[in-house]
Design a protein around this ligand. Sequence first.
Ligand SMILES: O=C(O)CCC(=O)C(=O)O
Ligand SMILES: [Fe+2]
Length: 307
Amino acid sequence: MTATSNPLSPDRPTSSAITGSNSPSLAQLLDLDRYALDQPSSPGYRAAVDQARRELRADGCAVIKDLVWSPALAVLSTEIRNRKHQTHYSSQTINPYFHTEPDPDYPDDHPVNTFLERSSGFIPGDAWERGCATDVIFRAPELSHFLADCLEIPELHCYADPLAGLTSNILDPGQQFTWHFDTNDFAVTVLVDEADEGGLFEYVPDIRSAGDEGFEHIAEVLAGGRDGVVTLDLRPGDMQIFRGRHSLHRVSRVGAGSRPRHAAILAYTEKPGVIGRVARTRQLFGRVLPEHEAAERERVRSDRLLD
Ligand SMILES: O=C(O)CCC(=O)C(=O)O
Ligand SMILES: [Fe+2]
C-alpha cells in the first residue's frame, strides 16, 4: 500500500498511513531528517553521535530528543495498548541489586538489606509480531549501528532472548519501579506514554564504581535523600540511552489518579545469539520458553568442558 502523506507537512507520514502499511519503513517512524540514521557519513549523523557520546561520557545518560515522529508515537502507543492484556505484572520488594532475600552478613539498615517496592509489568517479546512499528524500530540495522556508535562499541545485535529482547515497561497508576542497578551495561528506552503525575526517571550518576560500592550514599538515597539525584526530562518520542550498572535509578511512583506510563525497551547485546537466564526470566516474565531451557543446558555443558 502506498503511504499517504501528511497535509501539513508532505514528507511526513500520518498515523493512518503507518498503521495501513504492512510493515512501516524506518523513515515513517523516526525523524531521519534531523538524525540521519540512514546516512552515517553525513554531518547530521556525526553531530547526533557526538552529542550522545558527550552526554554518555558526562553522566552515563543520553537523550535523543523527539527521535520518533509524533504520528508514529500514536501508533506505538496503540501497539502497547493492544497488547496490554499480555503484561506480566509482578510486585516484589527488592534491594538495589534485584535480590529479594536478606543477607545476614550485612546490618539490617544496609542497602543490601533494604527492600523497596517494585510493582510494574512487562509486555514480553513474543507479544510483538515481526513488522509491527515497535518491532521495526527495534530491528532496524540503522538504529543498532547508531547506538553502537553512541556507546563507542564495535557492533550491537538485537538481544536474541524471545521474551526480554523487545519489551514494554508498564507502570499503572500507583505503581513504581524502585531504586536499582541494571545487570546490563546499557539500556535503550523510548518513552511512549507519560504519566501526568509521577512516573519520572531519576538517577544518581556513578554512585558506585568498579572499585567502590558507594554503600553510604546509596543508603541515603534509599532513605529518601535527594543528594546527587537527577530527574531526567524525558518526553514521549525521546529515546534514552542509559548506562545503569553504576548509576542507581528508578521510575518514581505513578500517581493514583494519573494516566499510566508506558515505555518501549529495546535490548541489544554486543555478541549475537544471547539468551537470558532461567531464574531471571521467571522473575521478570513469570515463565520461560524452551529456548531458555536449552540455553541453560548448553551453559552447563560448556562449563563442564571448561573445567
Ligand atoms: O521504564 C524505564 O524507563 C526503565 C525501567 C528500568 O530501569 C529497568 O527496566 O531496568
Ligand atoms: Fe533499570
